[in-house]
Design a protein around this ligand. Structure first.
Ligand SMILES: Nc1ncnc2c1ncn2[C@@H]1O[C@H](COP(=O)(O)OP(=O)(O)O)[C@@H](O)[C@H]1O
Ligand SMILES: [Mg+2]
Length: 248
């Protein structure tokens, strides 16, 4: 199952994303491997997916190197990580990559976590963010066509905004998988409304022409009411500003 899903995912990912936000994909095979000799000789099927080797490491590898001991989170040495600005840039690009694959390729990764995001360097020394590990991915083209992501039906349609996708920021708050990557200042047990993560989502993507405007459902979602003052404040701010960007 892992093999089938991962191979299907890579086959569905267009070349423009390969070698960029995912490794280049060179094919997949099942071959028969002989083992043992004489009476104990056996053949077994071996699955192989041939991918570009990414010269880099995962976000989790980077976090692991900054851990002074296994005791989390007090033992994390934030100064041993890349600078905060770079970490957020990498996280932002990973978010955009995951969204692009789901929208334009119909491939929903389903395991978006530090262990599956690699960071390499481009020729110009800027970080290249690469998603790996598609064994849990869902590939829309094999599902009910009615449920296919719009971006695969209409290539001109814009993806939903990362703000909407990750609202209200729980993916990037204290006890999330990215806890060792988000800024130290975001760690606050009382931060129930994820003020910092919300602030980041809004600052990075509000009004971005690469994404759809925030939907009516987003603004009318009643759960915003119970998520605290910060959520309500940012929803109000986004609502007031939305009209502005889409006039331009
Ligand atoms: N294309 C690649 N280039 C370099 N390293 C890779 C590549 N793909 C995977 N890895 C390394 O192997 C590890 C396991 O791969 P992954 O696809 O995440 O498998 P698993 O399903 O076992 O988590 C990754 O964390 C990463 O360190
Ligand atoms: Mg993995």
């Amino acid at each position: 199952m892992d093999y089938g899903r991962e191979a299907a995912a890579y086959q569905a990912i267009p070349l423009r994303f390969q070698g960029d936000i995912v490794p280049r994909y060179f094919g997949s095979w099942t071959f028969s491997l002989q083992s043992g000799r004489g009476a104990s000789a056996r053949k077994r099927p071996v699955r192989m997916i041939l991918l570009e080797l990414i010269h880099g490491e995962t976000i989790l590898d980077k976090i692991a190197r900054a851990m002074r001991s296994a005791k989390w989170p007090d033992s994390l040495d934030f100064s041993a990580l890349p600078p905060e600005k770079e970490r957020l840039e990498i996280l932002g690009r990973a978010v955009e990559a995951e969204l692009a694959l789901s929208w334009y390729a119909g491939v929903v990764h389903n395991d978006f976590a530090p262990r599956n995001i690699m960071v390499a360097r481009n020729a110009d020394d800027r970080p290249r963010v690469v998603l790996i590990d598609f064994n849990l991915a869902r590939v829309a083209r094999y599902m009910n066509p009615a449920r296919q992501p719009p971006g695969t039906r209409d290539p001109t349609a814009l993806p939903i905004s990362p703000i909407e996708r990750h609202w209200p920021g729980y993916d990037f708050t204290s006890r999330c998988e990215f806890a060792g990557w988000i800024p130290m200042s975001w760690h606050d047990n009382n931060d129930v409304s994820n003020a910092r993560a919300l602030e980041w989502l809004v600052a990075r993507w509000k009004g971005s022409p690469k994404y759809q405007p925030l939907s009516d459902e987003f603004f009318e979602d009643e759960t915003n009411e119970v998520l605290g003052e910060n959520v309500q404040r940012y929803v109000a701010l986004l609502k007031a500003e939305q009209a502005q960007y889409h006039k331009k």
